[in-house]
Ligand binder design. Structure first.
Ligand SMILES: [Zn+2]
Ligand SMILES: [Zn+2]
Ligand SMILES: [Zn+2]
Length: 328
């Protein structure tokens, strides 16, 4: 596997001919039960009810990124390429095979969020790694890989394109207004109360003004914070609110579709200051972490085929109304 840079969009892609095709999903679980296979455990959080662990991180069995070695970035004519240095982990959200983020207890979901925060903090200590992504693909239509309730984490030597757009936009907005664009969005959403799904303590779930897919929902802290991993560890009392809000939001979305992508957007590794990008000085003030949930509606598959201009047949105002009224 290697990384190649698209010279037009400046985004990196991972490619190679030695890709291990994911085995067809079977009912047997590789993480629990009689068919469980030994996994390389990276971290465990203690169990909450006497069980051995509550959330666990393991090395991805077919990791796309590997931690050993140098990136050895090099030119190839006008192109750029580098080795796929990084980390690829599977986060087991719960020891129970049916312990999903929407039906597990708030304490269990809190433990998962704490584990995610700890893993991100730990990987950020490696200055080679610029960005840590946490994501979950649920349902066959979203590319779900394992039967067990899992999320995945990748640590990469580059910042993914979507996050780069957000970082640049946050920096540009801050340059002219000296305010965080995400904080301003939250303030307007709270004032207008047209697209807010639910508020729990310091956390808010809402449907963004310009959705990319129907029922797109974001979860954000209401007070400014650029890094999710800091919230997870220092403001311990609030993690329960975040866990509860995440549970309820997923329950609501599941009344519309069981298939979704979830991604956490947090600040990049500030141990890796970039000279070519100027956003690092104000990064803590201009970026604001959030979770994006992108439901996949089979009947509306059309909206996913035109990736360049997103098309959503349901406005955020209608989406939030239906989700608010959902019986959960
Ligand atoms: Zn399982
Ligand atoms: Zn903010
Ligand atoms: Zn984002």
């Amino acid at each position: 596997m290697e990384l190649r840079k698209d010279p037009i969009t400046r985004s990196w892609v991972i490619t190679g001919d030695d890709v291990i095709e994911p085995a067809p999903r079977s009912q047997a679980c590789r993480f629990c039960g009689p068919a469980a296979e030994p996994a390389q455990v990276i971290a465990n959080l203690p169990g909450v009810d006497g069980s051995a662990w509550s959330a666990r991180s393991v090395v991805h069995p077919n990791a796309l990124y590997h931690i050993e070695g140098e990136t050895t970035r090099r030119g190839d004519g006008l192109y750029d390429r580098m080795r796929s240095i990084g980390a690829h982990e599977v986060l087991l959200e719960n020891p129970r095979h049916d312990g999903h983020l929407w039906n597990a207890s708030a304490i269990e979901v809190s433990q998962f969020l704490r584990l995610a925060a700890l893993r991100i903090q730990d990987l950020k200590r490696d200055s080679r790694l610029k960005y840590i992504s946490l994501f979950k693909d649920h349902g066959a239509g979203a590319g779900q890989e394992f039967e067990h309730p899992t999320s995945q984490l990748t640590a990469t030597t580059f910042v993914p394109r979507r996050v780069l757009y957000e970082l640049r936009a946050g920096r540009d907005y801050f340059e002219t207004k000296e305010r965080c664009v995400f904080c301003d969005i939250l303030a307007q959403e709270e004032r207008q109360n047209l697209r807010i799904l639910e508020i729990r303590g310091d956390y808010l779930a809402f449907c963004p003004y310009a959705p990319r897919v129907p029922y797109e929902t974001w979860i954000m802290p209401r007070s400014h914070e650029s890094s999710f991993e800091r919230t997870g560890s220092s403001r311990v009392g609030n993690v329960a609110d975040l866990a509860t809000l995440l549970r309820f939001t997923l329950q609501r979305i599941r009344t519309v579709t069981e298939v979704f992508h979830l991604v956490l957007h947090t600040s990049p590794n500030s141990q890796h200051p970039s000279k070519t990008l100027g956003y690092w000085k104000t990064l803590d003030d201009d970026y604001h972490w959030h979770i994006e949930i992108l439901p996949v509606l089979a009947a509306k598959a059309r909206s996913y085929t035109f990736k360049e201009i997103y098309y959503s047949p349901v406005t955020s105002e209608t989406a939030v109304k239906r989700l608010r009224e959902a019986k959960i």
